[in-house]
Design a protein around this ligand. Structure first.
Ligand code: HEC
Length: 190
């Protein structure tokens, strides 16, 4: 009898140990996957929505700049503005697409061709490895594009991946992840 009880206790201890260790393992996994999510979190979306509201208030979505044709992956016709939100640099790029599109056609009817607004906004301490930029791809109504996995394109977008905002902009020769240097193409707003 005693012998059986001993075995029983051992069995209980074993089951408890397995249950506990698998709980620890899944908690650790949860933490790891949270750390692996560099963009598209609720906090990133809230920050991006706030930026959008400021862009609207400051006229960054409505002020015209120089319309020019650009290479993929951005618009066929694009226009770039640079300004400041809360004292921090922001670069706003409107991307236009459409059949037979030309800068003049866009000039005559921007809203017909506007398909995406891509921005880079400096954010202190947010991502020191990648020059502290906060990246977003908005639709013309201010909602945020999502990738195929349903992750909103806001924050450290596609950090650690082979393609996407950060990977591609890392190749920009400026050293600050910015491609456009021809200041004539950018309208600056104070
Ligand atoms: C495959 C490369 C590539 C990817 C991916 C890419 N960009 Fe760009 N981006 C460029 C190039 C090239 C330019 C300059 C020409 C232009 O404006 O189209 C540019 C320009 C910009 C600019 C204007 C400032 C500058 O660097 O000239 C912003 C803002 C921008 N991209 C944001 C984004 C965001 C946000 C994403 C991700 C949603 C993104 N980009 C993804 C290549 C890329």
């Amino acid at each position: 009898m005693m012998k059986n009880l001993g075995k029983f206790a051992l069995l209980i201890a074993l089951v408890a140990f397995i249950a506990l260790s698998s709980a620890w393992a899944s908690e650790a996994k949860g933490k790891a996957s949270m750390m692996k999510k560099p963009f598209g979190t609720a906090a990133d979306v809230a920050y991006a929505n706030n930026l959008w509201n400021k862009m609207e208030q400051l006229g960054y979505n409505s002020t015209p700049s120089v319309l020019f044709t650009g290479p993929p992956p951005h618009g066929q016709v694009i226009e770039v503005l640079e300004g400041k939100i809360n004292g921090k640099r922001i670069i706003v790029k409107r991307n236009y697409y459409g059949k037979g599109i030309t800068p003049n056609a866009v000039k005559a009817n921007r809203s017909k061709y506007l398909k995406a607004i891509t921005i880079m906004a400096k954010r202190s301490g947010y991502d020191p490895e990648d020059k502290n930029w906060f990246w977003v791809k908005y639709k013309p109504n201010g909602t945020i594009f999502k990738n195929k996995k349903g992750m909103p394109l806001a924050g450290r977008v596609a950090k650690g991946m082979k393609t996407g905002c950060i990977a591609c902009h890392s190749l920009a020769p400026s050293g600050d992840m910015i491609y456009i240097h021809d200041k004539k193409l950018i309208k600056f707003i104070d």
